[in-house]
Design a binder for this molecule. Sequence first.
Ligand code: PLP
Length: 268
Amino acid sequence: MTSGNRGSVNSHASGKQAPLAALTRIIGLPILRVMLSQPDTTSVAALSSRLATVRARLSEAAISAERDPALITLVAVSKTHDRRAVDAAVAAGLLHFGENRVQEAMDKFADRPTGVRLHIIGRLQTNKARDAVAAADVIEVLDRPALADAIASAADRLGRCPRLLIQVNTGAEPQKGGVALAGAPTFITEMRRRFGDALTGLMCIPPAGVDPVPHFQTLADLARRSGLERLSMGMSGDFEAAIAFGATSIRVGSAIFGTRLREMQATA
Ligand SMILES: *Cc1c(COP(=O)(O)O)cnc(C)c1O
């Protein structure tokens, strides 16, 4: 949608007729007004059709891996998309949502319908831990002792603790969150001692532009050796491979919601 808007600005600049003006001439302003005031219908339809494709891909990948598709959680990454997109996704039957920023998550999910689950999947500052603990059902980005302290004290005060996943920086990327691979086994042991059953699994974001498979494999091996059940891995472009290597949840944004208007830093 952005590129369309940009296109119209560019065509003004180049002296060509703007698409909107052309449309107005063809179908008349009143009809155009009605169409523009009802973007919901088209976006719900587009979302449903993209979602059907994602579900088919998920099922096919699970079946080829001899796994039960129903046991793989589809986490819809709704970052940058507004509440209407979330409502459309809920209407289409999605229950799990992933957000990178705590404030944005609280704005969109504070009064969510029962059954809708919020996952925090972006880098979490310690000063946002309390809000994250209050708002989230799952925090997927536990990656350092200071954050563990902040989560633990918030959980004590609030009397609730979300499910926790440890993010592992499998690509050793300095700009990315996640515990270093070498330190992961010790960190996992400490976090299990501290959080008990609330600690359920591991999460990774492979580096962009490389084969993600070794990263999925590494994370799966680490989880198996640590006795952790949940594996959050795989995004729009690579979730089939993640499912083949044991992902129990996949985080899918653009393949469900379309291209993000405002792209986030890939440093989550
Ligand atoms: C944005 C994001 C996703 C979704 O990415 P898509 O390629 O749009 O599916 C998944 N995981 C994390 C941590 C993200 O930040």
